[in-house]
Design a protein. Sequence first.
Length: 321
Amino acid sequence: MYGLIRTARRLREIGLIGIGERNANYVLRYNQRKFYPRVDDKLITKRLALEAGLPVPELYAVVREEHEIVDLHEKLAPYDQFVMKPAHGSGGDGILVISGRRGEKYRRSNGQLMSRGEFEHHLSNALSGLFSLGGQPDHLLIEYCVQFDPIFDQVSFRGVPDVRIIVFQGYPVMAMIRLPTRMSDGKANLHQGAIGVGIDIPTGMTRRGVWGTEIIREHPDTEHSIVGLAIPRWDDLMLMAARCYELSGLGYVGVDFVLDRNLGPLILELNARPGLAIQIANGNGLGHRLAKIEALADNGGLSHDPAERAEFARRNFPTLG
């Protein structure tokens, strides 16, 4: 009993919040339902980002109808690499990464070859809503395949790492990078076995990682350290994340970025209900940071300038763990 009390006290001390508290106090309170389509539909997110002058992966094609799938082979002929995503997909489900070709077959990121028929079948399933929120019929995006920054060569297995920054009322409050593993089949999804690595907000340096329930310091597949990596273009990422407050209209939002070796930071997607494993990756809870922003709001101190909001975060939210 004493151990449970001590654990509960420690969780309160670091400000750890749970799903119920996140939903009731932040998602429901600060995210108006009318703005959800801006983040739940990746095509709308991409359009809004471009209108705001924020960089996103180039869009090659959109598939809305079954008959358009067959025409894709010719439309995508100029591209050896590309990514297919359901517009309303969740958790990386249904995403198809093509890394090359062999004759008329497509080579997936895991090295397996996919025939034209298999390719069409996968897209047909995605179009029908098999991988989408609510299982409703969907539309598909075909876009540029990111070539990740070389700093991640030794700490990622096959797939592309991404950076998530949680933004509250326009202020970046916590960040992590998600590193693909063999277990996650190259996907940057923690629930499928990717690694979450906490990022120190003031410096952009990685501090520690979590893999499932295990706290780690090395990538399990490459055995290279995941600690002390300097995330490239960190100041740009912070500013772009802060600007996504105005873009999305949501008070509590997760912003996912990829870092391309040639193009730099690109906005991948936004999430109105970002997960809470970011707290474990950082060894810190969100509660105290969110409370600090709410105190600002109560005193009329919220800034309308994204640069000021990013600078406030750098001054106030160091990773202590």
